[in-house]
Design a protein around this ligand. Structure first.
Ligand SMILES: NC(=O)c1ccc[n+]([C@@H]2O[C@H](COP(=O)([O-])OP(=O)(O)OC[C@H]3O[C@@H](n4cnc5c(N)ncnc54)[C@H](OP(=O)(O)O)[C@@H]3O)[C@@H](O)[C@H]2O)c1
Length: 317
């Protein structure tokens, strides 16, 4: 292991994380930052706090490592969460600290004398544990990446098909048969989690293949084999936070809530150019909030009885 293999890519990686992560962090909902399974588990905020502590300790370690042979850092994993106060701090402050300290780390690594990359230092606090500085750098990046993954917030897209007057369904069922729309739904959502209200799940009747169904209900005793059952929109997002992309698939009640959530950044809408009788409707798409970014128009054919368009919107704010 040497400078070319570890140090230069690590500095690049750290700089890339400094650009990428704040963008991702902006997608994490206030609830998800705070969410703790229990008193002893870490919230996303505490994980970020832990990374600030770790960055500060490592900054000290690397500065000291240039001058001494035992730059120890001490860390008591079990007591840490109880003795820190990250949960009480505004997340913006913690994020800012994370950025500042890691920029300094990248700077220090970049300034390390070349000869010192292979220098062995004692990183144990009681026994002697020798590591090269390049190994320490690699270790730091791996540790940070694995924690940042825990904080990750997927891209959240609402997917729906609606009639001319925002019609969605009637009698807990769909009101048209549009095979092209079903195909697109399958293609787009396959391999991802799909979040839905209890009524939509019951209207579909079973978990859809190649997708993880996340069902929202107020009923604490509700269970469905092969599905994740949650009791709020926020809990639904927390349940899928490790994924890269998830879809909210309805119905009306769930769409209404989803459109107000900042974590939801895209709408993939099939407009069916026809009016239908319905008892549930999609909410108005507010042009102040949503910008149409693409539109594909299709004409009715033998299999698809109505003209329809696939339209995507992105959140402006
Ligand atoms: N055209 C389309 O693209 C499309 C897509 C999906 C669905 N649909 C249609 O939409 C209709 C169903 O929509 P819907 O509005 O009646 O029902 P829904 O949104 O599918 O489900 C509503 C149920 O979800 C649960 N729920 C929703 N928000 C919750 C929250 N914040 N916390 C806890 N539980 C929550 C509640 O379940 P509990 O009552 O169990 O507490 C609630 O009764 C059907 O006609 C379906 O065919 C159309």
């Amino acid at each position: 292991m040497g400078e070319e293999y570890v140090v230069t890519p690590a500095i690049e990686k750290l700089k890339q994380l400094l650009v990428e992560f704040p963008e991702k962090a902006a997608r994490v909902s206030a609830y998800s930052w705070q969410y703790k399974r229990d008193a002893y588990s870490w919230s996303a905020k505490e994980i970020l706090g832990h990374l600030v502590d770790s960055a500060l300790a490592n900054l000290q370690r690397f500065v000291r490592a240039q001058f001494q042979s035992a730059p120890q850092i001490r860390y008591d994993q079990n007591n840490w969460v109880l003795s820190q106060f990250w949960q009480d701090r505004p997340v913006e402050d913690i994020l800012e600290l994370w950025i500042v300290v890691n920029k300094q780390l990248a700077h220090v690594w970049g300034q390390l004398p070349r000869a010192s990359y292979t220098k062995e230092v004692n990183v144990g606090s009681t026994e002697v544990v020798l590591m090269q500085l390049s190994e320490l750098i690699e270790d730091y990046i791996q540790h940070m990446e694995s924690h940042l993954e825990q904080i990750n917030m997927p891209k959240v897209t609402v997917i729906a098909a609606k009639g001319k007057a925002n019609e969605l369904g009637k009698g807990n069922d769909l009101i048209w048969h549009l095979p092209e729309d079903l195909k697109r739904f399958k293609r787009v959502t396959s391999g991802h989690s799909i979040i839905m209200g209890r009524k939509t799940f019951e209207s579909i009747g079973k978990p859809l293949p190649n997708r993880t169904s996340v069902i929202i209900t107020t009923d604490n005793s509700y269970k469905k084999e092969g599905c994740i059952v949650v009791h709020s929109m926020e809990e639904a997002l927390a349940a899928v936070h490790k994924e890269s992309e998830v879809f909210i698939i309805g119905g009306a009640q769930v769409y209404r809530q989803a459109l107000t959530m900042e974590a939801v950044t895209q709408l993939d809408i099939t407009e069916v150019h026809e009016e239908f009788e319905a008892d549930v409707f999609f909410p108005e798409i507010d042009a102040e909030v949503w910008e149409e970014v693409s539109r594909e128009d299709y004409s009715a054919d033998e299999k698809n009885k109505y003209n329809y368009s696939f339209v995507s919107y992105l959140r402006k704010k």
